[in-house]
Ligand binder design. Structure first.
Ligand code: SF4
Ligand code: SF4
Length: 100
């Protein structure tokens, strides 16, 4: 399968393969620029577990926020998220992310 831009130039997608939770500061910039809902913001509680942010009861326990993969298969490899990340914590590549 070949990938091409509108006028037929070769386009190699640079897929988001992963986000390092130790480096991510949960700033949300990558989420804002992604049009594909590939990522979602989660909280990490004091036990180091990922928790949803939409449950107000649990907000007190959240120690930090991190971006995690939500629907990695939807990524088109545009690379926008990598350009806005201030901590360079994302891994990108030509290969599609392995199925979870
Ligand atoms: S490469 Fe593009 S489509 Fe994929 S996660 Fe980043 S912003 Fe979204
Ligand atoms: S832009 Fe980088 S640091 Fe900010 S939430 Fe996304 S992955 Fe984390």
């Amino acid at each position: 399968m070949s990938n091409a831009t509108r006028d037929g130039r070769v386009w190699e997608p640079d897929f988001l393969l992963g986000i390092d939770p130790k480096k991510c500061i949960g700033c949300g910039r990558c989420f804002k620029v992604c049009g594909r809902d590939v990522m979602t913001l989660k909280g990490i509680n004091e036990d180091g577990e990922l928790v949803a942010l939409d449950q107000e009861d649990e907000d007190d326990e959240i120690e930090k926020k991190v971006m995690v993969m939500n629907d990695e298969g939807a990524c088109i490899g545009c690379g926008a998220c990598a350009r806005v990340c201030p901590t360079n914590c994302q891994t990108h590549g030509a290969l599609k992310a392995e199925a979870a």
